[in-house]
Unconditional design. Sequence first.
Length: 496
Amino acid sequence: MTVHLPVLQVVIPLLAAPLCALVRHGRIAWGIALATSWASFWIAVQLLRRVQAEGPISYALGGWAAPIGIEYRIDLVNAFVLIIVTAIGAVVIPYALKSVEQEIDAAKIPLFYAAFILCLTGLLGITVTGDVFNVFVFLEVSSLSAYALIGLGQDRRALTAAYQYLILGSIGATFIVIGIGMMYVMTGTLNMMDLSVLLAELGPNRTIAVAFGFLTVGISLKLALFPLHSWLPNAYTYAPSAVTAFIASTATKVAVYMLLRFFFTVFGWAFSFDVMQLDLVLLPLALIAIFSMSLVAIFQTNVKRMLAYSSVAQIGYIILGISMASVTGLTAGILHLFNHAMIKGALFMVLGCVMYRVGSVEIEAMRGLAKKMPWTMAAFVAGGFSLIGLPFTVGFISKWYLILGALERDGWQWWLVVGLVLTTSLMAVVYIWRVVEAAYFQDAPDEVGEPIREAPLAMLIPTWTLILANFYFGIDATFTSEVAGSAARALMGIAP
């Protein structure tokens, strides 16, 4: 059975998704989704252990050896991403039980869980496959289900947000498939490892350079890199709370993984950064995103929208690390994939708790809320500490590695990068403080109807699970930093 874990990582949720839709009962569909998410997490843990012990795993589907057949290939990079995606799914599904029952019509709940598990399937498929066309196929699976999930939001603007995401996501997917098609025309293969060899043998080639450009734009749109981020704020703001927590923690992280896989494994980091000089594009865009989106977040009155703009800034941090094209910088970027998933997953789950009891996530509606929902608001403060990057949190670990990566580079301009990282951390203090001030230091508005109570334990326990993870992996970052460092060296082609 353990031999087939790579394919079971995709097959189990793929079979569970239609089953959720067929049962037509919300609680039963939730039970299927819960079992599926935890099974996926267990498989991801086993795969990571095998990769650490034995090295990369290659699985030939149907017994057809690569490059003729489709290969699932797992190394430290995607094994780490599998842990991120499945861990978030395993935490969000228990949380979703109460949240979804309040925010979504009862008749649509089984369909919600079907779309949720289908989205999980797509993200896992992108991560595990070693075939570039399969990347596109699973990208569409995850994207189409994400559009449906976002459109299920209570606010009518959720449909507009889903439509905007659909249009821009389709453009991004088109760019990606054109890039893949160009590579296939030039090499006659779709296998990633085979492509990496054949592209290196081709040498300078205009078609491959154009394919590189198409893939850069398409993947940047999918990961919401500034200025291709316009779909993200509305999608996060108007989606159901459980959907926002899941997508914010996983979808953009898997898109960053796609960038890493194409530009470090398929094209090779030397071609990407020495020949195509990708860093000259990524570095300024990352720096602009970090500063401008942190600034925009300060002026938001809706806390979900505030954290959405913050997410674009955090994506900037990840791309900043990647653009350094060094082991330390790449380690920082990969590490922040994990850390930002923990941070934003926790914070968006807090806002789901607020939505459950208050019915709004406007700052004005959260005045005096700390007295009525002390555990919920304490979780927001703790998650805010991690987002700011205070010591003993995962946010500090990410920024520490980013600063180390910048200081390793020659040139006075890298000191400006360090200064910008520190400045935007202070900007995060400002927008987190606006919520804390309203909840802890302002009088509550007059209540209409039933008094506001603390969120249900079914929502608080998953939320605090992620909050505690923020501190655990911030105090002892041995596991995450070692895996991220080993993954970075593997991508750079450096022997362990």
